[in-house]
Design a protein around this ligand. Structure first.
Ligand code: GDP
Ligand code: GDP
Length: 436
């Protein structure tokens, strides 16, 4: 599973700015008001040598009272889960008493701490760092998160602190199985589905055996196909854990999506699609995972309700119109065969082998049908293509002036390749290379 790094510090020191820089996400909040209460943000950083989950803890004030006490409790949970802590400080404010009490708290966790002195842009870095030397944190680095400066040094310092990513070493019987993560909001029906798929006997056995150590991967065989369900234990026990911990399972969700090949997003047909569902899809796409939407609790809905639901889904999921929606009842076990068939198909598309000469021919055809608009009198040229990896299928296109190719044209190409190779159920990555 991906290691976890928590960003901790007072409000307004630049944690969410750093979070955005690390995860390249656009939707996290950056507010200029100290003490703005907000949810923590989670993302995956792929920029360094090893990917990790980043948690923006939202901020400790160092005063543990009232609302702050609640926030502090949440931050502690994040610290618990993390393998390394990045203590973000503000070079412009200098060292404040609250920083000291936060540091005491971090030290009590026994986790490795990296101090990142932010907002050093336009300052004398050495002088800025000198002030924080009083803390005695061995690794104290300068940072200008807003300008993307200092992050390489941060990665280098983090690398030795992060455990090896264990999911690279697959068990022998996992090689020919499809790794599936079942994700979704609380109460969507994930545990019910997993229990259905595994069958009651297996469940009882693993529950007894798994009280101390969660089985992270559970093998499943159905209709002659092998699957590995990722982080099933976390899903299964979820119904029983307290709310605070429950919320926290976002980390587990990110970790299991990263370890899976196919993500099954479960949604409740009786509820509207929530922003959180779209955020989960966004994360699955960021990871390049194949995607199947399981619309659960289809039982007991009348025709009108079903039509309403289908229409609403179609509208809101237009941006992933290649992902199949399957209507199921985890409770009654209906639709599960179709669901698993969609998983198999999405996996096949995600891992399809594409050949260079065929890709190049397809590119030529796409280019002949419709050429990218001229840029100052010159047309961007696309010359040849070759495969650049799978899950997601990656297509590398070589040409000139490729950075002038508009997003609309990229989408056109993506659709063209998707149709030609029947890549249903998986995102596609198109990479442009300049010259030969
Ligand atoms: P958080 O409360 O710790 O998450 O802090 P934010 O990320 O919301 O940042 C607080 C303020 O500091 C915002 O106005 C940011 O634009 C600003 N800020 C963040 N990083 C930098 C930086 O590297 N340099 C400068 N000058 N300002 C920064
Ligand atoms: P989780 O939090 O996503 O793991 O959701 P659970 O599996 O714990 O299910 C939440 C609730 O929805 C439970 O009361 C289930 O019995 C119920 N539920 C799950 N699947 C179905 C379904 O297909 N139909 C109906 N009617 N209820 C369901």
């Amino acid at each position: 599973m991906l290691p976890v790094v928590a960003l901790v510090g007072r409000p307004n020191v630049g944690k969410s700015t750093l979070f955005n820089a690390l995860t390249r996400s656009r939707d996290a909040l950056v507010a200029d008001l100290p003490g703005v209460t907000r949810d923590r943000h989670y993302g995956v950083c792929h920029l360094g040598e090893r990917p990790f989950v980043v948690v923006d803890t939202g901020g400790l004030s160092g005063v543990d009272e009232g609302l702050d006490a609640l926030t502090a409790q949440q931050v502690r949970l994040a610290i618990d889960e993390a393998q390394a802590l990045v203590f973000v400080l503000d070079a412009r404010d200098g060292l404040l008493p609250q920083d000291r009490s936060i540091l005491d708290e971090l030290r009590r966790s026994g986790k490795p701490i990296i101090a990142a002195v932010n907002k050093t842009d336009g300052l004398d870095e050495q002088a800025a760092l000198a002030e924080f030397a009083a803390f005695g944190i061995a690794t104290t680095l300068p940072l200008a998160a807003a300008h993307n400066r200092g992050t390489d040094q941060l990665f280098a310092a983090l690398l030795p602190l992060l455990p090896e990513d264990a999911h690279e070493e697959l068990a022998p019987d996992e090689n020919d199985s499809i790794r599936v993560a079942i994700v979704g909001r609380p109460n969507a029906g994930k545990s019910t589905l997993v229990n259905r798929l595994l069958g009651e006997d297996r469940l009882i056995v693993s529950d007894v055996a798994g009280t101390t150590r969660d089985p992270i991967r559970v093998p499943l065989e159905r209709d002659g196909r092998k699957y590995t369900l990722i982080d099933t234990a976390g899903v299964r026990r979820r119904a029983r854990v307290e709310e605070a911990v429950e919320k926290f399972s976002v980390i587990k969700t990110l970790q299991s999506m990263a370890a899976a090949q196919v993500v099954v997003l479960m949604v409740d047909a009786r509820e509207n699609l929530a922003d959180q569902d779209l955020t989960l899809i966004g994360h699955a796409l960021d990871e390049g995972r194949a995607l199947v939407i399981a619309v659960n609790k289809w039982d007991g809905l009348d025709t009108y309700q079903r039509e309403q639901c289908q229409r609403a889904l179609e509208r809101r999921l237009q941006f992933v119109d290649w992902a199949k929606s399957v209507f199921i009842s985890a409770l009654h076990g209906s639709g599960l065969r179709e669901l698993m068939r969609a998983v198999v198909r999405a996996h096949a598309a995600a891992t399809k082998e594409l050949g260079s000469s065929d890709l190049t021919r397809t590119l030529e055809k796409a280019y002949q049908n419709y050429q990218p608009p001229l840029v100052r009198g010159h047309a961007p040229k696309l010359r040849f293509a070759h495969p650049g990896g799978s899950n997601p299928p990656t297509i590398v296109l070589h040409g000139s002036r490729t950075k002038h190719i508009a997003p609309a044209y990229q989408r056109y190409l993506e659709n063209f390749f998707r149709k030609r190779y029947k890549l249903e159920g998986t995102p596609i990555r198109i990479v442009f290379r300049e010259g030969e």
